[in-house]
Design a binder for this molecule. Structure first.
Ligand SMILES: C[S@@+](CC[C@H](N)C(=O)[O-])C[C@H]1O[C@@H](n2cnc3c(N)ncnc32)[C@H](O)[C@@H]1O
Length: 209
């Protein structure tokens, strides 16, 4: 997949087109509303952030949030979206980097929270083990990986992206890398983006020390 081309072709990927959902994941906002995730003052990270809606949501709740994308056009779109959103001081904590996830360096001590939505499923399946190893490398011991597992139920032979996934695939990838399963729950229809209902699970994984 040529992601830069996906972002830049035909005048550029607009809000609401293809995978761009025009808003933060409702699952993430619901989790943050629940108070069940310590977010204030944390270092949060969103790989494959696209236009950065989830980065902004994490920054609004008090994190210093870094979004990373391999496409320079995506990063430019994210910065423009942030700068147009009149976020005040929150904007200074919504940061973007144009880099490859697999070679990115974590800040001193590692990230506290990583949010992965439509990132693992965007990668060719042969990169999945490296995805898990990179997560273990960049998340601090005791830190949390939050995965919105999508698309569940898609035939793995159907190709992608998005490539089909299951909660068990995440378990098989993350357990050998030292992640403990905190919870895996089906996402209620009301919290999914349009056309993604009944295809999503929320997984929470703690990196053991
Ligand atoms: C399916 S899109 C999802 C974007 C965003 N999470 C969203 O929900 O709107 C996947 C994103 O991952 C980025 N990407 C793909 N491979 C990457 C890599 N190796 N490192 C960093 N970003 C990557 C793509 O450019 C693309 O923006």
């Amino acid at each position: 997949m040529n992601w830069e081309n996906m972002w830049s072709a035909n005048g550029g990927l607009q809000q609401g087109q293809a995978f761009d959902a025009s808003q933060a994941s409702k699952v993430l906002t619901n989790l943050l509303d629940s108070g069940d995730l310590e977010i204030q003052g944390t270092k949060a990270f969103v790989p494959g952030c696209g236009r950065g809606y989830d980065v902004i949501e994490l920054a609004k709740r008090g994190a210093t949030a870094t979004g990373l994308d391999i496409s320079s056009t995506a990063v430019k779109a994210a910065e423009e979206y942030r700068d147009g959103a009149k976020l005040g001081e929150v904007a200074s904590r919504a940061l973007y980097r144009c880099e490859d996830f697999f070679t990115t360096e974590a800040p001193q001590g590692g990230y506290d929270i990583v949010y992965d939505y439509t990132f693992l499923c965007a990668l060719p399946p042969e990169l999945r083990e490296e995805w898990a190893k990179t997560m273990a490398r960049i998340i601090r011991p005791g830190g949390e990986l939050i995965t919105l597992i999508f698309p569940v139920g898609k035939d793995p032979k159907a190709g992608g992206p998005p490539f089909g996934v299951t909660p068990d695939i995440y378990r098989e990838l993350l357990t050998p890398q030292g992640f403990e399963e905190v919870s895996v729950e089906k996402v209620p229809e009301s919290l999914s983006h349009r056309d993604r209902e009944n295809k999503e699970f929320l997984g929470r994984w703690k990196r053991s020390s």
